[in-house]
Design a protein around this ligand. Structure first.
Ligand code: ADP
Ligand code: MG
Length: 705
């Protein structure tokens, strides 16, 4: 039986194809989506004031009579020619003060207003004894008493403000919502258990949706919003916890043994002393691996802090326990780099018998088939892979440890897809995108947290310079200086875009050509981009790493993880086109050795978000500070990386602000799943349906529905 709420919103009266497209841009496709279409804000017009009582600088609603109306015109600003008509009315009420209201370019108002009673709502400013409002919302009040009362009631109330798209005005929104709520609201099922609604004193779903669109007062609107935010938090945690529980945690996993002897053997392999931060992380990981419960640990640490060494420790410890281990990275470059790093580490070992391989999507089919076969029959101990490791054809004989590098590049589902290839393997997830601990716990509610807060000794801070395009010669000169001293350079260009963007984006090729003829003439240059064949990419990266290339002109493919300590300078073309986290990652490509690094940003942006990003990069060296700045500039949604993968389902909830709500919801989710792990009880029927609706496959598979 089909649910009318799942019908296409286009077929509603007043909607149709054009508005349907506008709605679709806002993610609204079905009637249900419409009911759940959140106003982005509300305007509280409910407090009627006498003119004399209107507070300075605040929005108020006034009911008064127009005692004089005038019109004048002034030249349009900005030299566009033509004139601007300004209509001004003087209103008075029994408070003895006057209110002056003006509108631009609404000349028809003039004839309508005189001697009529009007409702206006806007921000008032006192100019001596008179209150002034520019461009207020208004309504002319009918003469007849009953109609007048209705008009006042309709105007002086709380009005939700909907997001705009295309031709959707606020009044069209309201017309459509009136009809939708009237016809369909009663068909909406309450997803929360009745018991919970009562215990937490929440409005029911029908009441909440009604008050979201037609609130009686501001408090009702807020309560409605809170209820819907609560749903988001609860569903989010139920999904995370169910996924975790179903994949892993309800049963004990493998118990590794890492005694002092093994610990010593592994530590001796590193060519350096581990930093205190690395040490602590390793202790926490060891404890998890030795415990029968499967590890679910997030390792956070700024770019260059040495997360790879910690991963290597865990991988080797797993292999010493005769398990297979997999490290998954977002690019084949990085998978390859990990492979090389581990080989170097193992070269220090006297009895190295660790069998290691690479597995990437781009490798020759025959080679790949061989790796897949040997993973299945246990002929490989450690595999350094890309997301190709989660492909259907890949199976492990005995996967005991999963490490996910640069986890913000992957989604939760991909993580669980890999984890399921073992029997409750230990999982270590690494990221350089730092988030405050409290936020991490509420967003990655299914993970424990380790933080590396120290850098290897001898690191000097990277000097960050911002050059306008007019001084690009100087910027390139700085690059040349480093190359002359035997150092290497990264030059990063924005992605070669599709369509129109292609034209104004400097492609890596053009930049390379310019450099070869100009400032970098005589040096060995090469280009690297994501469109090259994998083998080609790897060959170039090898040449760069071993010093056969002086400067690498590339796209963002080098964003994360790439480690070439002899590279001391990175020049970023059109830096305004990159995100803050990306820029911080890019900057992290240099200053990884003992020589100080230089990061040169070429950009003319000084204002707006792009300007703010560049300023933040100049102001802060530390990843946590960068993350805070990013949070301030962009808001938390994208910043946690979850939204990017479209799975978090958090729309109303701001993970930074609503920490308490998220935490409470997590407790409730735990309690619910304890009582009814798969949510199969009758009282959870609508809850489960809603979860499937919102989280689709993730929940589907997680709860085995
Ligand atoms: P990230 O945390 O960004 O992944 P890496 O693991 O790539 O950082 O390490 C960055 C660089 O620091 C590498 O060249 C690595 O060899 C070096 N390194 C890591 N740990 C130490 C240490 N304890 N002492 C000295 N150098 C280290
Ligand atoms: Mg790394």
């Amino acid at each position: 039986m089909s649910d009318p709420l799942d019908d296409d919103a286009r077929f509603l009266r007043h909607v149709g194809p054009a508005r349907g497209r506008d709605f679709a841009r806002l993610g609204v496709r079905t009637i249900r989506d419409l009911l759940y279409a959140f106003p982005r804000d509300m305007s509280d017009r409910s407090s009627l004031h006498r003119i004399a009582d209107c507070p300075e600088g605040e929005a108020s609603t006034v009911l008064a009579s127009a005692v004089a109306v005038s019109e004048r015109s002034i030249p349009r600003r900005g030299g566009k020619g033509g004139r601007l008509k300004i209509t001004t009315a003087e209103l008075s009420d029994d408070s003895g003060k006057f209110l002056e209201v003006s509108w631009f370019n609404q000349p028809w108002l003039k004839g309508k207003m005189l001697r009529r009673r009007m409702l206006v709502h806007g921000k008032g400013h006192w100019r001596g004894a008179r209150l002034v409002m520019d461009h207020p919302l208004y309504q002319i009040v009918p003469e007849e008493d009953a109609q007048a009362r209705e008009a006042v009631g309709g105007f002086a109330r709380v009005v939700p403000i909907y997001p705009c798209a295309g031709g959707l005005t606020q009044s069209i929104w309201r017309t459509i919502m009136t009809r939708t709520v009237e016809l369909y609201l009663s068909g909406l099922e309450e997803p929360l258990p009745v018991e919970m609604v009562a215990r937490l004193d929440l409005p029911g779903i029908g009441e909440a949706i009604r008050n979201l669109h037609f609130p009686g007062d501001a408090a009702a609107w807020r309560r409605a919003r809170l209820r819907l935010a609560w749903d988001e938090c609860l569903f989010f945690h139920l999904t995370l916890l169910a996924a975790r529980r179903h994949a892993l945690l309800d049963l004990p996993g493998r118990q590794f043994r890492i005694g002092p002897e093994l610990d010593n053997r592994i530590r001796r392999l590193f060519p350096f002393r581990l930093t205190p931060g690395q040490d602590r992380a390793i202790r926490e990981i060891t404890r998890d691996m030795e415990s029968p419960l499967p590890m679910q640990r997030l390792l956070q640490g700024d770019v260059g802090c040495g997360k790879t060494a910690v991963a290597a420790y865990a991988l080797l410890a797993a292999v010493a326990n005769r398990a297979q281990a997999c490290i998954m990275a977002p690019t084949s470059l990085l998978a390859r780099q990990h492979f090389d790093t581990f080989e170097r580490i193992l070269a220090n070992s006297s009895n190295a018998r660790v069998r290691m391989n690479i597995l990437t999507g781009g490798m020759p089919a025959a080679e790949r088939a061989l790796v897949v076969e040997r993973l299945a029959n246990g002929g490989i101990d450690i595999v350094c892979a890309t997301h190709s490791a989660i492909g259907g054809s890949v199976a492990f004989r005995d996967l005991g440890l999963v490490v996910i590098d640069e986890q913000h590049k992957f989604g939760v589902r991909q993580r669980y897809d890999l984890v399921r290839k073992g029997v409750r393997p230990d999982t270590l997830i690494m990221t350089a995108t730092p988030i405050p601990r409290s936020l991490a716990l509420s967003v990655y509610g299914d993970l424990d947290l380790s933080v590396i807060d120290t850098l290897p000794p001898g690191r000097k801070p990277v000097r960050t310079l911002l050059f306008p395009q007019s001084r690009r010669e100087q910027a390139w000169e700085a690059v040349r200086n480093e190359l002359r001293r035997g150092r290497q350079a990264f030059v990063v260009c924005p992605l070669v875009g599709e369509g129109e963007e292609r034209l104004d984006v400097k492609s890596a090729e053009a930049v390379l050509e310019g450099a070869a003829k100009g400032k970098l003439a005589g040096f060995r240059l090469a280009q690297l981009n994501g469109r090259m064949a994998r083998g080609e990419q790897e060959r170039i990266m090898d040449d760069f790493r071993s010093g056969r290339i002086d400067a690498l002109v590339s796209t963002i493919v080098v964003e994360v993880g790439v480690d070439v300590p002899n590279a001391t300078v990175i020049l970023v073309e059109q830096a305004e086109r990159f995100g803050l986290a990306q820029l911080h990652q890019l900057r992290g490509r240099v200053g990884r050795g003992t020589e100080p690094g230089i990061c040169i940003l070429l950009s003319d942006a000084r204002e707006g978000e792009a300007g703010a990003r560049l300023a933040a990069l100049l102001a802060h060296a530390d990843g946590f500070a960068i993350a805070e700045a990013d949070l301030a500039i962009r808001g938390p949604g994208e910043f946690v990386g979850a939204r990017q993968h479209g799975w978090s389902g958090l729309r109303l909830v701001d993970p930074a602000r609503d920490i308490d709500l998220l935490r409470e919801a997590r407790e409730e989710a735990l309690r619910l799943l304890e009582v009814d792990p798969d949510l199969v009880r009758r009282e959870h029927l609508f809850l489960r349906r809603e979860l499937v609706r919102r989280y689709g496959k993730l929940w589907d598979r997680a709860a085995g529905l």
